[in-house]
Design a protein around this ligand. Structure first.
Ligand SMILES: NC(=O)c1ccc[n+]([C@@H]2O[C@H](COP(=O)([O-])OP(=O)(O)OC[C@H]3O[C@@H](n4cnc5c(N)ncnc54)[C@H](OP(=O)(O)O)[C@@H]3O)[C@@H](O)[C@H]2O)c1
Length: 270
């Protein structure tokens, strides 16, 4: 067996959405494994806080402001990262989510879903969530002949969860794109995989999962009932999956795969 299977020393990881909960936890995991980490997102305050947390634990990180819907801003961030370190070898696409005001359609019948809301969800979860970052940053990895791309999918990509139809459809397309790119870029040394997180309480879904008194909402309770482990995930529980997929030593023959970290949610039927 190879030594140091999970050592990322010398790697440069770009985590888009590292300003958020799951991307933030993944960026800390990559840094703890030895990678230099570029924290990307729009929110400078959150980005700087994440960089400070990584440096506090002895890691290397910097914040590069970027809007993943804006190709130029991704290109500028990429050029700065290359100048500061080198061509990225890891790209984590964690920008995405549900805006309760827009993409959670609730009990709205399908035929009433506003086209703009549908587009907003696809823009965020597919275009910013993978398409543009893979074109701008993934292609540099392709040119350099090595890299690992990790797209963050969702349970909703596998089964059409109620209330979030546009999000589910966009995340489902993300899985398809992951496999497409895995095939197209395998000859260039770039592996493309995804992680499907189960339910991890964060800012964007807290109100969906918990009442103000901290007890689970009806939906939160239904999720727990359907989860064999009977609990929600903790962001740090994505660390192992992310480092495994990022590491060329640990997952050199793994591409086009989706790794579920969901407490068994998708294995549960009756
Ligand atoms: N939490 C869960 O239970 C769960 C479950 C399954 C999948 N996921 C997925 O995991 C990912 C992270 O979710 P999270 O729970 O950590 O949510 P979060 O804390 O809201 O993080 C989402 C991040 O996306 C970034 N983002 C949004 N639009 C962007 C843009 N145009 N350009 C750059 N960054 C953008 C935001 O950063 P800025 O505001 O700084 O731009 C934010 O930090 C999402 O793809 C989500 O769908 C989450």
């Amino acid at each position: 067996m190879k030594k140091d299977l999970f050592d990322l020393t010398g790697q440069v990881g770009v985590v888009i959405g590292a300003t958020g909960v799951l991307g933030g936890a993944i960026s800390q995991a990559l840094a703890a494994a030895g990678a230099s980490v570029a924290v990307l997102g729009r929110n400078t305050q959150h980005g700087q806080a994440r960089v400070a947390a990584i440096r506090e634990q002895g890691g290397t990180a910097d914040f590069f402001p970027a809007d993943a819907l804006d190709r130029d801003s991704l290109r500028i961030a990429k050029e700065k990262i290359i100048q500061q370190w080198r061509t990225p070898t890891i790209l984590v696409n964690a920008a995405g989510g549900n805006d309760p005001k827009v993409t959670v359609t609730g009990d709205l019948p399908f035929e009433k879903i506003p086209t703009d809301d549908w587009r907003t969800s696809f823009d965020l979860n597919l275009t910013a969530g993978a398409f543009l970052p893979c074109q701008e940053i993934g292609s540099a990895m392709k040119d350099a002949g090595q890299g690992s791309i990790i797209n963050i999918a969702s349970i909703a990509a596998h089964v059409p969860l109620s209330r979030v139809v546009a999000y589910a459809a966009a995340k489902s397309a993300l899985l398809n794109l992951t496999q497409f790119l895995a095939r197209e870029w395998a000859p260039y040394g770039v592996r493309v995989n995804s992680i499907t997180p189960g339910f991890f309480p964060g800012e964007q879904n807290r109100r969906l999962l918990f009442n103000e008194n901290g007890a689970p909402t009806e939906r939160g309770g239904a999720i727990l009932n359907h989860t064999p482990m009977k609990r929600f995930g903790r962001p740090d529980e994505l660390a192992g999956a992310a480092v495994f997929l990022a590491s060329p030593a640990a997952s050199s023959f793994v591409t086009g795969m989706d790794l579920r970290v969901d407490g068994g949610f998708l294995a549960q039927t009756l």
